[in-house]
Design a protein around this ligand. Structure first.
Ligand code: ATP
Ligand code: LTN
Length: 331
């Protein structure tokens, strides 16, 4: 049997997840998980670039782990683990820092955005964030990295670092490809469809949380900002409706044409209600599983332990190879 290629992805362990995180990333992870040998990290080291309250942080990281599992990532089949439990990430990140230029890091738009947003704490971690991300991916020799479009630049720098290293030392790292969902790589805010849906948006009507109940979901979609037209049609001139069509299509599997046909002659009210119901129905089983898993501490602990071990084993193979290639001594 042909060996499966490796898939790697993860999310920062901060706060609740939005429908953007789910459709842009998590749902694709679940969709692809049979096809690849998968590693999914709770990226708690990345979260440290923003000051965290320790007690909340600990809780949020465990909640994220439970959400991964509730969304359908079976921890018996996928390696679902904590980044900070595997020291190879921090070690390789240091080494790769020495193969990354200050100039290229300064061009990262996420760095520019976040340093404006957290102007009182523009720490070096925020700057070298993409190098740690490169280490995450390269340690597992990942071929595919499913993420939202906002991570495109980070994938490009990961490839550049890997190619630079390989050019000097031979084929040490697999060069990863980004994977973006067809219509879900950038889900937009419900309050302003020209902006990305983001959990850090203060307006809670702008985003759906994965933990929102059905009434809340339906209410938020009802209020979603659209245009003054009444026709459900996809187009650049209709960002609000196009975003809702992307969401509805990602959840139901329907194409834009099928959606336009389904709602032809019906108003926005009907369409918004259908989107709300479809999203709520999609999230209901995930929410039930999530509640159950949060109470099952022993099961989650056991999964974490087992998968941390596997992640350590796989990542250390690459780290040993890297150390040997660059001439770090061994006894
Ligand atoms: P913030 O709200 O602070 O910008 P975030 O929601 O982008 O954070 P991350 O942990 O940075 O959270 O993202 C996790 C994953 O979800 C990444 O793969 C990211 O590309 C994806 N993602 C986040 N928001 C969206 C969105 N609106 N549409 C599609 N994918 C998204
Ligand atoms: N920067 C990513 C989270 C992340 C990640 C990774 C994603 C950290 N390391 C490795 C894919 C692969 C984000 O979503 N903000």
């Amino acid at each position: 049997m042909e060996e499966k290629k490796t898939l790697y992805s993860g999310m920062q362990a901060t706060g609740a997840l939005t429908l953007g995180n789910y459709l842009g990333a998590l749902k694709n992870w679940v969709r692809l998980n049979e096809e690849y040998d998968c590693f999914f990290g709770v990226m708690d080291l990345h979260s440290l670039t923003v000051r965290q309250n320790p007690a909340e942080f600990r809780q949020n990281a465990r909640k994220l782990y439970a959400l991964y599992v509730a969304a359908g990532l079976d921890p018996e089949k996928n390696c679902v683990y904590f980044q900070s439990h595997v020291s190879a990430h921090a070690e390789l990140a240091w080494i790769l820092n020495c193969f990354t230029y200050v100039g290229e890091l300064g061009r990262m738009t996420q760095y520019k955005d976040k340093s404006l947003k957290h102007a009182d704490n523009v720490n070096a971690g925020l700057f070298t964030y993409p190098v740690l991300m490169a280490a995450d991916i390269l340690l597992y020799q990942a071929a595919v990295v499913p993420v939202g479009i906002d991570q495109k630049q980070h994938l490009e720098i990961t490839r550049d670092i890997a190619e630079r290293f390989n050019k000097i030392y031979g084929d040490v790292f697999t060069i990863p490809d980004a994977y973006f969902g067809k219509h879900s790589a950038k889900i937009m805010s419900l309050a302003d469809p020209t902006k990305k849906m983001s959990k850090s948006d203060e307006n809670t009507n702008s985003h759906i949380l994965l933990t929102d109940d059905k009434d809340t979901i339906i209410r938020k979609f009802k209020r979603a900002v659209t245009d003054s037209d009444t026709v459900v049609r996809y187009g650049e001139d209709k960002p609000g409706i196009s975003n809702l069509m992307d969401i509805y299509g990602s959840v139901t599997g329907k194409t834009h044409e099928q959606i336009e046909e389904e709602f032809s002659g019906r108003g926005y009210g009907d369409f918004k209600l259908a989107v709300g119901e479809a999203v709520a129905d999609e999230l209901a089983p995930l929410q039930a599983d999530y509640e159950r898993l949060l109470k099952d501490k022993a099961y989650i602990d056991e999964c974490i332990k087992k998968n941390d071990d596997r992640a350590r084993y796989v990542s250390n193979k690459t780290l040993r190879k890297v150390k040997k290639k660059i001439g770090l001594t061994e006894v």
